[in-house]
Design a protein around this ligand. Structure first.
Ligand SMILES: NC(=O)C1=CN([C@@H]2O[C@H](COP(=O)(O)OP(=O)(O)OC[C@H]3O[C@@H](n4cnc5c(N)ncnc54)[C@H](OP(=O)(O)O)[C@@H]3O)[C@@H](O)[C@H]2O)C=CC1
Ligand SMILES: O=C(O)[C@@H]1CCC=N1
Length: 286
């Protein structure tokens, strides 16, 4: 039993697309004890790759049949690239022909960047009445320190408890908030894509250390720990980052010289541009 809580209704979770993000969610949930490996079903087009990746997690229910996932799982995470989505729609249509399944007790959760609830409603209309959810997670969920935002269209109260189970899963893996759909592309630009920006920063910080003569492994460890420590300080103290930055900068000292170099490189403007560009691109992916 998990300290994160127990799922109320969901017995089986399906992932259509078994790539990086599906793996991050599933491995996080297994680590937290929210799910057992037998509860996980996952599909992709290349079975060998799928098995190679997922069997170390103990996940044996791997398949090339997306239809099987739709039929067998209670909560179905759609984890293919947005461009692939049109290619998997026939699986939903075929599965829906199975009259032995209670289709009112399914929850479809798309994590595809940019794909709107309106489009999901249109493409999955055969399942009406339904609950459809759209979520934007991020890969640090694999270590339980993720961010997810989500929203839904609900026309079916029979599976409200599945939506609660979905929320429980997201909350078990970090911070999770229900938001208006209009915010999701911006959260994509910030938190969905954000880990990549931070990994680049960590790599650069480590490279800077290596240039100054620190051994590579130690430089990387110090860079990652510094980022984690600074992030934890922001979250735990509630102090504004500018105040915390001032606490590090001694007058005429070393840090303010480093900060000046970052400003000359337009670090803050560059990061804001990154969030803006990624937000715009997420909207285009629709
Ligand atoms: N990576 C991230 O940080 C985040 C990603 N997302 C979203 O998650 C989704 C997946 O991204 P990500 O995990 O990075 O992508 P990956 O490329 O890592 O995974 C995509 C998966 O889809 C499978 N796939 C491709 N075609 C099909 C098909 N026809 N039927 C079933 N499976 C198929 C691929 O395997 P194979 O080729 O073997 O079939 C692969 O397992 C995207 O929509 C993205 O926008 C959202 C938040 C964060
Ligand atoms: O790059 C992408 O499109 C996806 C969305 C958020 C993270 N990765």
């Amino acid at each position: 039993m998990s300290s994160a809580g127990r799922l109320e209704t969901c017995k089986a979770v399906g992932f259509i697309g078994g790539g990086n993000m599906a793996y991050a969610i599933a491995s996080g949930l297994l680590n937290k004890g929210v799910l057992q490996s037998e509860q996980i079903h996952v599909s992709a087009t290349n079975l060998e790759n799928l098995q190679m990746r997922w069997s170390p997690l103990g996940v044996k229910r791997t398949t090339v049949s997306n239809e099987e996932i739709v039929r067998k799982a209670d909560i179905i995470f759609i984890c293919v690239k947005p461009q692939i989505f049109p290619r998997i729609l026939d699986a939903f249509e075929m599965a829906h022909l199975d009259t032995n399944v209670d289709w009112s007790r399914k929850l479809f959760v798309s994590i595809m960047a940019g794909v709107t609830l309106a489009r999901l409603r249109q493409n999955l209309s055969m399942f009406r009445p339904y609950t459809l959810a759209r979520a934007m997670p991020n890969t640090p969920m694999q270590v339980g320190v993720g961010c997810t935002v989500y929203c839904r269209i609900e026309t079916n109260i029979a599976n409200a408890s599945l939506y609660k189970d979905m929320e429980l899963m997201f909350k078990a893996l970090g911070v999770a908030h229900e938001v208006e759909e209009s915010k999701i592309n911006a959260v994509t630009g910030l938190a969905g894509c954000g880990p990549a920006y931070v990994y680049e920063f960590i790599e650069a910080l480590a490279d800077g250390g290596v240039k100054q003569g620190i051994p590579r492994a130690m430089a990387l460890q110090l860079a990652a720990q510094t980022v984690m420590g600074a992030a934890k300080t922001v979250l735990d103290t509630g102090k504004h980052p500018a105040v915390l930055k001032d606490e590090v900068c001694s007058p005429g000292g070393a840090t303010i010289h480093g900060v000046h170099a970052l400003e000359q490189g337009s670090m803050r403007g560059t990061v804001m541009n990154a969030v803006e560009c990624a937000t715009k691109r997420a909207a285009e992916l629709s």
